[in-house]
Design a protein around this ligand. Sequence first.
Ligand code: PAF
Length: 302
Amino acid sequence: MSDPVQDLSAAPDGQAQHAAAAPVLLRTRADLRAAMQAERAAGRTLGFVPTMGALHDGHLSLLRIAAQHADRTLVSIFVNPTQFAPTEDLARYPRSEVQDISALAEAGCHFVFAPPVEEMYPAGSVTRVRVPGVSEPLEGEFRPHFFEGVATVVAKLLTVAGADVAVFGEKDWQQLQVIRRLVEDLCIPTRILAGPTLREPDGLAMSSRNAYLTAVARQQAIALPRALDGLAAFLAAGGDIADGTARAAAALLEAGFASVDYIAVADPATLAPLGPGPLAGPARLLAAAWLDGTRLIDNRAA
Ligand code: PAF
């Protein structure tokens, strides 16, 4: 395999060239494994960012973290069917592979793994990975299939890639904790790094699903981070957790959200619910709510 990194040295006229080097595109597990083994044999370390595509700046910030910790970077683009319920948005989930790959080229990514579904779930594959405890509350309650699908595909991806580090966003805080537990329990020798949530200028967390929102709903969506900020301030002032979460939910409905799956104050690592009463130590504030037919999630420290 040729070295994917092209020389971006000055053009003959002395102007710097900004043409981005295309990442090597891999479609099969066998090709991914071979490429990663070749990098390892050459003494290079690997940083991995698993994604479902529809990339935005939040994903690219995870790639920058991977690049800071490894010689070569790999991004997977795979809309994982097992983490969607039959009623959910698998069919309409945004797919933009060509734009994604060109954004990754711009960002200096070395390898892209974009397999077809049969490659990750070959005929006859039945094994699923469950992470009891941390995956059960919050998202686990409202999307019971979700973490089993995530844990299964992440276990497969980490196993095939064999990366030194893998980076996951704090935007999906509970997912990050599930993956940390999974990697520990399955003895997967990849170090998990967390990337802070990137936000739009008005505070809305970047998400591929923001693309579903109408212009009006996009304006209303900023009520979600604001509700969490308001809850954090309320708790910092000694307010009661149950009272604070009820007020935050009411603020969301008032702002135009159709319903609130949860607004919770939880232990940052185990996601066990905290309260009632005032906050007694570090906590994570997490919310999931529906706006304009789209389910938005967000979280922050308290
Ligand atoms: O966070 C995501 O995009 C997905 O849940 C992940 C981790 C890539 C697994 O499909």
